[in-house]
Write a protein that binds this ligand. Structure first.
Ligand code: URA
Length: 255
């Protein structure tokens, strides 16, 4: 097989890598690759950057790793997973950021998603809505071990994964300020149902990987909490750093 179109990668370029770390932000691919190099004394290399898909090659204890950004939301995430799977990747770990909706979860904590509420559209093109968006047990265990190893406060549970940042996460500070009736009161309901957080890609990652027989997991750093207005730079830095530290340590458990 040749080049996959959107990621601009081929099998030769990825050198037999089997595990991919998946940030949303393309600039975070470099941050993660450099963190891996710093921690394990290995080199990293930028392989491709097309649209929102930026891929780095890195190594952890002799294991070849890709770091590929997915962009925001389901459609671009589905392309990243599908094309990486075509190239032979079998383990997919989303490393992102999130907004917590439970009181006991603080900025800087990480959330390890055991399963996602599928508030997206892209995943329904791969498996019907009745199909669960669940993490692979090996990925889940590895992320828990990784968080422990990195000494990061973690929570394991269900994530509401939305196609939209504003109405789907019941935000009223949008252009119109209007949230469809179907989402009004949704946050309260998710809280009652013990959902931990909102983010925008896990339902796609976990539905696609589970339905394809591949390993999928998701860890996100908390940068925001319901009721707190704007996301601050410090919150972003802490949440992002903690998720990256835990995810990198988790990879060691997946080798
Ligand atoms: N990502 C989201 O989707 N929501 C947040 O509040 C923070 C990050």
């Amino acid at each position: 097989m040749g080049n996959v179109y959107h990621l601009d990668l081929d099998k030769k370029k990825i050198r037999g890598a089997k595990i991919a770390l998946l940030p949303g932000d393309p600039f975070r691919s470099q941050i993660i690759a450099e963190k891996i190099s710093e921690t394990y004394g290995t080199v990293n290399e930028k392989l491709a950057w097309k649209r929102e898909f930026c891929t780095y090659f890195a190594e952890i204890k002799g294991e070849k790793i890709l770091v590929t950004s997915t962009g925001i939301g389901g459609p671009s995430t589905s392309i990243a997973i599908d094309e990486l799977a075509q190239l032979g990747i079998d383990t997919f770990i989303r490393v992102g950021t999130t907004g917590a909706i439970q009181d006991h979860i603080n900025i800087g904590d990480v959330i390890i998603t055991s399963g996602s509420v599928r508030l997206d559209g892209a995943s329904t093109h791969y498996a019907p809505i009745e199909f669960p968006a669940v993490a692979h047990y090996e990925a889940l265990n590895a992320l828990i071990e990784g968080a422990k190893k990195a000494k990061v406060k973690y929570h394991v549970g269900i994530t509401a994964s939305s196609d939209t940042f504003y109405p789907g996460e019941e935000r009223y500070d949008s252009f119109t300020g209007y949230v469809l009736r179907r989402f009004q009161g949704a946050t309260k309901e998710w809280q009652k149902l013990h959902v931990l957080n909102y983010e925008m890609e896990s339902s796609t990652v976990l539905t696609l990987t589970a339905s394809m027989g591949l390993r999928g997991g998701c860890i996100t750093g908390v940068i925001n909490r319901v009721g707190i207005g704007k996301i601050t730079k410090e919150a972003l830095k802490t949440g992002q750093e903690n998720a990256i530290r835990a995810a990198t340590a988790a990879v060691e458990c997946l080798l």
